[in-house]
Design a binder for this molecule. Sequence first.
Ligand SMILES: Cc1ncc(COP(=O)(O)O)c(C=O)c1O
Length: 173
Amino acid sequence: MNKNFSEIQMVDLVNDYLLNKKEFDKSLNEVLLKGDYINGSQVTKFSENFSNLLDIKYVVPCANGTDALQIALMSLDLKQGDEVIVPAFTYAATAEVIGLLKLKPILVDVCPKTFNISYDEVLKALSTKTKVIIPVHLFGQCADMEPIVKLAKKKRHIYYRGCCTINRSQIYF
Ligand SMILES: Cc1ncc(COP(=O)(O)O)c(C=O)c1O
């Protein structure tokens, strides 16, 4: 590769770190020196800040986005083979946790314009075993939630929003 160009990373964690290195190092050292991890003071502080930021009452801090998806599904009374509709284009974890809980991921295509789940494809994928729909918001763009929320409410399906790459999004409808 030409020395004047650097490779563009899909997820550039190193540069993310370097951009805020001082702050990261300071916080990391505080945690390491205190040794309080699960439910530690930094976690509590994060929960409070995050619930204020999103203006929501409850936050369940977890180790990562995969755990968050798994915990959300585990909180429901789902049985083996129940179907969960997810976009075919998403991070692997969305479907991975469904399989892990012995549920059935039903992959549906995305809109070519937004790369987010297509409502029309969700409609085609519905079955008597559908229990949950998980639209994922990718690349800072919200999925077309209005028809999906209406559908889920009408059919009494649960819907979750995969927000790993888009926090603080607001959808008005
Ligand atoms: C849409 C989406 N869902 C889930 C995950 C999983 O998050 P984590 O890697 O923190 O487990 C990611 C991670 O990038 C993601 O982009």
